[in-house]
Every structure is written in C-alpha cells, then in structure tokens.
Design a protein around this ligand. Sequence first.
Ligand SMILES: [Zn+2]
Length: 211
Amino acid sequence: MNIIIFGPPGAGKGTQSNFLIQDHGMFQVSTGDLLRNELKKVSELSKQIKSIMDAGKLVSDNIIYSLIEKKLSDKEIKNKIIFDGFPRNLDQVSKLELMLQKHDQKISKVLNLKVDYSILIKRLSGRISCSNCKKTFNEFFDPPPSNCCQKQEFIKRSDDNEETVSKRLKTYDNETLPILEFYKKQNKVVDIDAMKQITEVRKEIRGIIAS
Ligand SMILES: [Zn+2]
C-alpha cells in the first residue's frame, strides 16, 4: 500500500517514516530527498534544478511532479511508497491523484500525526545542539547535561525561533490541512496521537498497517 505520512512540522513524520522503512520495507518519497538525489546525477533536469537553486528560487511544482512520477513508474517500489512532506496543498493532491491513477496505484491510508501546537512550538523552538559534539537537546523536554563536552556552548538554528515556527504552522493550517478533508471523504485518514512516546507511536502505526 501507499501511504501519506501527514502532520505539522515537528510532529515526527521523518522519524516514523524511517520506522515504516525498517518495519515494512517501504520506500520514502520526500521532495527534499528527490531534489538532493537528482542533483547528484548528471542530467538536463539536474542542471535545471541547480540553476534555480543557485538563484535562490523555489523549484517549480512541475519539476517536483516529474521527479515523483519517476518514482511512481519504478516497479521495484510500486505500492510501497510513503509520501513525506508531499502533497503540501490541494493542487498537489489533484496532480498526485492523476499520476497515481496513470500508474495504476492509489493512496491507501493517510496517517495523521496529531500534536498540540503549544508542544510543537516548544519542540521546534527549543532545539539546541552542543557546539562541540553536535549532540541535539531540547531546552524544554531534554535539557543538556551540565557536563556535555565541558564547554557549555549550545547553538540554536536561526529558523528555530518561536516566530518562524508559528509562521510555518499558520501556512500548514491554511494550505496543507485542507488535504485531510479530501482524504477524509474517502475514509482514508487515521488519526494518531503523536504526543505519545516515539516507540508507542511506532507500535500504533505497525498495528494500523497490519490490519
Ligand atoms: Zn557535547
């Protein structure tokens, strides 16, 4: 089956995708990885992507679609795909549905990772890492030990502040959340409490996939 792992930034989509790969031999399709992999190749498309990114512009949906269609036509991963971070809006859903049809596939389930926004903001804006060993911590949930590398210098990524995080959540509400309604009408959405322990969430997803 093909799955969309769905949820706001910081809900743990990447972590749970990795578990799906380990537990069920699935393949993750995320736009970031698709772009990075294409850039490693020597191709017309790769040249095109490079020049767009060098110019600091966003890669167009059409380029993303052609990369995704390549994956959909790959027999080795047919009906074993986890979509992570795509689709992001209803336009992308329409296009994805058309491409799936063309390749005789469908989305079977949308796993909706639910987390309170107040917790997401703390998860994302609290992220810090040790400047020496690069180990990551969270100021709220996982404070660093007092003896981490003795230096006691911790770095925060500049886009991990509360204002940026709130903005990302607002974009998610306005553009991405409507996707759920589309798939709810098809009875494909399964809500998952993603505030539980990571391993608990993994178990729950395993049960859903097995049923
Ligand atoms: Zn350290």
